[in-house]
Design a protein. Structure first.
Length: 146
């Protein structure tokens, strides 16, 4: 399915830097060090990634619509992968989804602590700098004699 078939004329390509980073990381863990991708091969890989994401997204959307859901859930993506013959990837993808969910909860906790303070980011930064200054002053003064 091309982006024209998907119903849009927008450029649906992934950022080349993102795919390049993924390729570099894969090659770094590969035992065949020194191998590089030709530019046209890298471009083909980018197109394959876009096509794969488009295909899975479209299938997951159809599954969600059949269930009268307005939001595509992880289960819909799982079903899409299975229906399109990518069932072998489901276990790994569910692990990635679980890890992502845990990271999101951690980020939300951090953000909510900052929000709970009621202070602006600039004020929190000012307070942090003051605490560092105070700690540095105490350290530089050395031990206090009674």
């Amino acid at each position: 399915m091309s982006d024209r078939e998907f119903g849009g004329t927008d450029d649906l390509s992934l950022p080349k830097a993102t795919v390049s980073k993924i390729i570099t990381e894969i090659l770094a863990t590969d035992t065949h060090g020194g191998i590089a991708f030709a530019r046209d091969t890298r471009d083909l890989l980018i197109e394959c990634c876009v096509e794969f994401i488009t295909m899975i997204s479209s299938e997951a959307n159809e599954i969600a619509e059949k269930e009268a859901k307005k939001t595509i859930a992880c289960e819909h993506v799982q079903q899409a992968l299975e229906q399109l013959g990518f069932g072998d990837y489901v276990k790994d993808i569910l692990e990635v989804a679980s890890d992502h969910k845990k990271m999101q909860v951690h980020r939300e906790k951090k953000q909510s602590k900052m929000e709970q303070s009621g202070l602006s980011e600039a004020e929190l930064l000012r307070q942090q700098e003051e605490l560092f200054r105070s700690a540095t002053d105490k350290f530089n003064q050395g031990p206090q004699e009674d």
